[in-house]
Design a binder for this molecule. Structure first.
Ligand code: AMP
Ligand code: MG
Length: 425
């Protein structure tokens, strides 16, 4: 019967849709890049160190390298006097033998001479004769323990040991660790090329003042920026008017040259909306709508075996669709395993209402109140044509399926699109 018809029934949930998308994308081919360029990216292969880290026992202090045994009886009243037989700066190696009663002046980072087992810091050594270097005599008034002020060889890792695993995300500090291990270049999954196409006869480039009936293409710049932020290399194929032939031409070029193609516009069921039909004709449609708002009209399929995402034209819908489905896909292509933005619970400051059962992703901003509690304030309008609240906001407030809203003071779930996946909150 007519009143039993539920238009949402054949739609996928966001989770089902994301699952379909992720099942159809694979990591991109591996490339080699400088270790410092890999910061923020997961390694594609394990890295083992080719030397011990540190490669040799070295001094942690400027001071005197000694035999700890020589100082066993040293005390304030009865100093032990040692002969300085050499000196060592970082990068300089003292090759001579050091006998009982002898010491070597040593700088931080210099290799500890063979046979010596402690370093006494410079400040507590009294120079009795000479300038402190070879030929001088020095007095020490305290015993030293074996290993004191010495950084042992292999303390951080031994030669051949894996110091960073495939999948581990390189950090700036990690780039230094990789360099230390001899991995000046490392393997990562290259940035996927993501083709971006804007669809709509009404669209003009940002450099043009639109005539009556025209609007500026805001989706392409927003999606290109989102693609870069997600770790992709965006390629803009231009604006196609609502003409099947012209759209088809651009889509064919894009799938030929890219790892993933994203269009916006032409996605609803309007008279001029061709995207789903085009994907069905040129390839396979895997879904064409999702139970969510904004941006329910998301087409996903394969064209020439290349994943294709057709986002709705409404700027907020396109942006949120990219955030929920395209960004995780790009991250998977780069080898990331963390694909979800951090999610938090926050107290909702104002009543949130919705008129449909489907899940809403409302633009909001979450902040801590003076008591330190997280409070989410929904943007005053949820007009899908506006990006200002996505720009100023930091989260999507999830209004769950089946509920007609969230009452002020209750908790809601927010997705933090301002924070990287894997952030510990
Ligand atoms: P559509 O998906 O083509 O039905 O578009 C939905 C709404 O989004 C319409 O008002 C379009 O004019 C608008 N729109 C589509 N593409 C863009 C774009 N690239 N930039 C700004 N607005 C757009
Ligand atoms: Mg349109």
């Amino acid at each position: 019967m007519a009143q039993d018809f539920n238009p949402d029934a054949h739609m996928l949930t966001v989770e089902e849709a994301l699952d379909v998308v992720l099942r159809h994308v694979v990591p991109t081919p591996i490339e080699e890049i400088a270790c410092w360029r890999a910061a923020g990216l997961p390694l594609a292969r394990d890295v083992a160190t080719d030397i011990d880290l540190a490669p040799f026992a070295n001094s942690a202090m400027d001071g005197y390298a000694v035999h700890a045994e020589d100082l066993l009886d040293a005390d304030v009243k009865h100093p032990v006097v040692l002969d300085v037989v050499g000196h060592e700066a970082a990068g300089h190696v003292f090759e001579g033998a050091v006998g009982t009663g002898e010491t070597v002046r040593i700088m931080t980072g210099a290799p500890v001479p063979e046979g010596l087992d402690a370093v006494v810091k410079y400040e507590i050594v009294e120079v009795l004769e000479g300038d402190g270097n070879e030929g001088s005599r020095v007095a020490l008034r305290k015993p030293a323990s074996i290993g004191e002020n010495i950084r042992a060889a292999g303390l951080e890792a031994h030669r051949g040991e894996v110091i960073m695993r495939a999948g581990e995300v390189v950090t700036p500090a990690g780039a230094g660790l990789l360099a230390n291990a001899g991995a000046a270049v490392v393997s990562v999954h290259r940035a996927p090329r993501v083709g971006i196409i804007s669809l709509g006869t009404e669209l003009v480039d940002a450099s043009v003042v639109p005539a009556r009936g025209q609007i500026r293409d805001v989706n392409a710049p927003a999606l290109m920026a989102s693609a870069i932020a997600a770790g992709a290399e965006p390629v803009f194929y231009g604006i196609a008017p609502d003409d099947e032939g012209r759209i088809c031409e651009l889509v064919r070029r894009a799938v030929d040259e890219c790892d993933l193609v994203v269009t916006s516009g032409g996605a609803s069921a309007g008279d001029y909306d061709y995207v789903t039909a085009l994907v069905a004709r040129e390839g396979t449609v895997l879904f064409d709508r999702i139970s969510m708002r904004p941006g329910k009209a998301v087409t996903f399929g394969l064209v020439n075996d290349v994943p294709f995402v057709g986002l709705s034209g409404n700027p907020a819908g396109a942006f949120i669709g990219f955030e929920l489905f395209v960004r995780p896909a790009i991250r998977k292509m780069r080898g990331h395993s963390d694909l979800q933005r951090p999610v938090q619970k926050a107290r909702v400051q104002r009543d949130v209402k919705k008129r449909q059962d489907r899940r809403f992703y409302n633009r909001a901003r979450v902040e801590r109140d003076p008591a330190g509690e997280l409070v989410a304030t929904e943007a005053a309008t949820q007009n899908s044509a506006m990006l200002v609240d996505l720009h100023r906001g930091n989260c999507l407030l999830v209004v769950p399926d089946g509920l007609r809203g969230i009452t002020a003071g209750d908790e809601g779930e927010v997705i933090r699109y301002d924070l990287p996946e894997g952030t510990v909150l």
